[in-house]
Design a protein around this ligand. Sequence first.
Ligand code: 6GU
Length: 227
Amino acid sequence: MTIDIITVVPDLLESPFSHSIMKRAQDKGLLTVRTHNLRNWAINKHAQVDDYPFGGGAGMVLMCEPLANAIETLQQTTPYDAIIYLTPDGKTFNQQTANTLSLQENLLIICGHYKGIDERIREKYITQEISIGDYVLSGGELAAAVLVDAIGRLLPGVLSDETSALTDSFQDNLLAPPVYTRPADFRGSLVPPILLQGDPKKVEEWRYEQSLERTKTRRPDLLNNDC
Ligand code: 6GU
């Protein structure tokens, strides 16, 4: 899968994909992440990509021309399955959306900044608008890192069997059960004995019960929810 990201702060997106699972996904050739600096398509020698909002008010707006040119340039070499704009007024991101997007071949992500992007770009190019939650970030870059991570780890071959995404919280609308590692006795605090007894079926049952219990108490909304 290839994910292209258009941003005014490409530096912000350097580290998140350079470590751990995202790095491995790229090293294995399963995921390609390319960031593109919107200023490469600036309208003048001042590297201008934003301007004051018509009608007045605080903040700047990313202009049509640089974004249109950036998107159209990238489209010349990559047929995008989705062009995603990251914005607090988009649809809230969840595991279901991550699953669906992980089945695509080529994604283009647009990071907004300041007050956002000119509405005409949204109307003309954007196929999907996504928010990562009900709070406001200063730009879409951190949201892009969240999306790429959540999607990238789902690509076949990225996770090993042991870390399989199939047992993730939310993959079955249940929160993950508690986990323990050595020592079995930490300052008198003991690991649940069933985990030490070596009966995989019992362990599986216990984990399921714990998941259910945890979901009931912490996130009852997930239990009657088919998304
Ligand atoms: Cl996608 N962008 C910004 N700027 N703020 C957000 C967001 C996105 N999702 C939640 N807050």
